[in-house]
Design a protein around this ligand. Structure first.
Ligand code: SF4
Length: 324
């Protein structure tokens, strides 16, 4: 099975006041065609920087290492022109805040139609494409609404418009960074269903970045859990969330109140998340880990396959899996 996107040992260094800070530290993951991969972590876990590296929109001064293999090509060494053409056409991104991503001075229709227009489509074709796309993402009365400006849309409609914009270039991979965090709960559920359905009927691959386990559990086939810039665990979503192979995942799952029973008996994670600028020695999770012992403080755990299709970066993953 050839992955559409294969990230291999990705590193991202950002300039900091005391020298560069490694915010992504050797991340490897695959996105197979047509699947949704959920990238979970607290703030500072490096999940957003990983997505920005893929789309080629890292902050100025960022240095990267490793390989981002996109269909046989390493995007990290591709020319700026090639990266621009990949962006939008092959890989598109949906952001948390559509107001920041949309141009306030341009109508929704104009923005959604920009890529088809640049591709040389006629006015009539662009109009048809825009109306189709807005209709597909559930914007009511698209022939009229395409003339509206972003501020005239509700939060949910703006998010739909941004999804339409992302789909306009017919990408094979959609990156979604906290796409529903700014929305209220009922709208969140609708946007997630929409993302899942466009993903399914276009055979799109999706990398969904979220701090919210419930969001990821809803839509992801595969899950990658990140902590302090590194992969803690990855595998099939149902398995990872039901039977974690890393104490951090286990704590994350325990911190979420069961959705169905609406129980308030969640156990918040102890301590503060490690930051890449202040990464603890050995296993970065050790100050918060109930299983930590001497080895954890001195030796960085390798990400290893602990069961078929399950990778964990815990020295004692077998113990965690065994229910200890
Ligand atoms: Fe905990 Fe040690 Fe595993 Fe890290 S390596 S998660 S500190 S048991």
């Amino acid at each position: 099975d050839l992955a559409l996107l294969e990230i291999d040992g990705l590193t991202v260094d950002l300039p900091g006041p005391h020298g560069p800070v490694r915010v992504v530290d050797g991340v490897s993951l695959d996105v197979p065609p047509g699947t949704t991969v959920g990238l979970i972590g607290e703030s500072g876990s490096g999940k957003t920087m990983t997505a920005l590296a893929v789309i080629g929109l890292l902050p100025a001064g960022a240095e990267t290492g490793g390989v981002l293999r996109w269909r046989e090509e390493n995007l990290l060494t591709a020319s700026p022109a090639r990266r621009r053409s990949v962006r939008g056409h092959e890989i598109a991104m949906i952001f948390q805040d559509p107001l920041a991503a949309l141009n306030p001075g341009q109508t929704i229709g104009r923005q959604v139609g920009e890529i088809p227009r640049r591709d040389g489509k006629s006015r009539a074709e662009v109009r048809r494409i825009v109306i189709d796309l807005l209709d597909r993402v559930g914007v009511p009365d698209p022939a009229t609404r395409m003339h509206a400006y972003p501020h005239q849309f509700s939060g949910g409609l703006r998010q739909r418009a941004m999804i339409a914009l992302a789909l306009a270039g017919n990408p094979s991979l959609l990156l979604a960074d906290e796409p529903t965090t700014a929305l209220d709960v009922t709208v969140q559920a609708r946007i997630l269903r929409l993302l899942r359905s466009v993903q399914e009927d276009r055979g799109l691959a999706m990398l969904l970045v979220s701090h919210d386990l419930r969001v990821v559990a809803h839509v992801a086939d595969q899950v990658v859990v990140m902590y302090a810039g590194r992969v803690a665990e990855r595998g099939a979503a149902a398995q990872v969330l039901r039977r974690p192979a890393h104490p951090y995942t286990k704590a994350l799952v325990a911190s979420v109140p069961a959705v169905r029973t609406r129980t308030a008996l969640a156990h918040p994670l102890p301590g503060a998340p490690a930051t890449p600028a202040n990464r603890p020695s050995g296993c970065a999770f050790h100050p918060r880990c109930p299983l930590a012992r001497d080895r954890c403080r001195s030796e960085v755990p390798a990400v290893r396959e602990v069961e078929a299709g399950r990778w964990s970066a815990c020295h004692f993953a077998e113990e965690v899996l065994g229910g200890a």
